[in-house]
Design a protein around this ligand. Structure first.
Ligand code: IYR
Length: 222
């Protein structure tokens, strides 16, 4: 009788320790050039690129392999304008009272404010939705570790965007239920993150900040 839950053999290339070290160094060097960019060019990006980026993100591990996510990719200018308008209304309220003074101060080095022109300028927006449960023939099917799974997929999407040579930014308008309304997503989906995707504008600048060194982010127990 055929096994209902088969396993297949799996191998990776048999690399030496030094090849693995070299690969890990090269990847770190590359990913260390990633920056959150707020200044986008309106230069178009092919839909085929966005499709590949989403498929890369959708390889993320997820609880019980449920892949509890939907990626909404928006290039439609009218929808982008509606999203910008509503996001800015929410952000205006956040920056004028909803965020604490400490939070506003912590954001000063980032140079952010309630204006979000990138939402209209970037050729694509990818809005990632988390599915707290799935609906299969109107029956509720459980998903597991949804926030963790979608967070990992978001990280992989950001990595894929960078690796392709484009830039993005994790935008979290709060509250962001309006994205569910504008995009007409069903009740089992909740917006998680909005990522504008495109080329940086020629005049793009990023904050002059550094990353924590290894000994501030890692503890080894050998
Ligand atoms: N959601 C707002 C505020 C904001 C919050 C944090 I924490 C940031 O690192 C950056 C921005 C916004 O997107 O502007």
């Amino acid at each position: 009788m055929k096994n209902e839950h088969p396993f297949i053999s799996y191998q990776r290339p048999d690399l030496s320790g030094s090849e693995i070290l070299e690969n890990s160094k090269q990847f770190y060097q590359n990913i260390d050039t990633r920056r959150s960019v707020r200044h986008f060019s309106d230069r178009p990006v092919d839909k085929s690129v966005i499709e590949q980026l989403i498929m890369a993100a959708s390889t993320a591990p997820s609880g019980a392999h449920k892949q509890p996510w939907t990626f909404c990719a928006v290039s439609n200018p009218a929808i982008k304008s509606k999203i910008r308008e509503t996001a800015e209304q929410e952000e205006y309220k956040s920056y004028h009272g909803r965020m604490s003074e400490e939070w506003i101060n912590d954001l000063k080095p980032m140079g952010t404010d309630w204006n979000k022109p990138f939402i209209e300028i970037a050729p694509w927006l990818i809005i990632l939705f988390k599915k707290s449960y799935d609906l299969v023939n109107e029956e509720r099917k459980k998903n597991y570790y949804v926030a963790e799974s979608v967070g990992i997929a978001a990280g992989m999407l950001i990595t894929a965007i960078h690796q392709a040579g484009l830039v993005t930014l994790t935008h979290t308008p709060s509250p962001m239920n309006f994205l569910q309304t504008i995009l007409g997503r069903p009740d089992n989906e909740r917006p998680y993150l909005l990522l504008p995707v495109g080329y940086p504008s020629e005049k793009a600048v990023v904050p002059d900040i550094t990353r924590k060194p290894l000994d501030e982010v890692a503890i080894f127990f050998e």
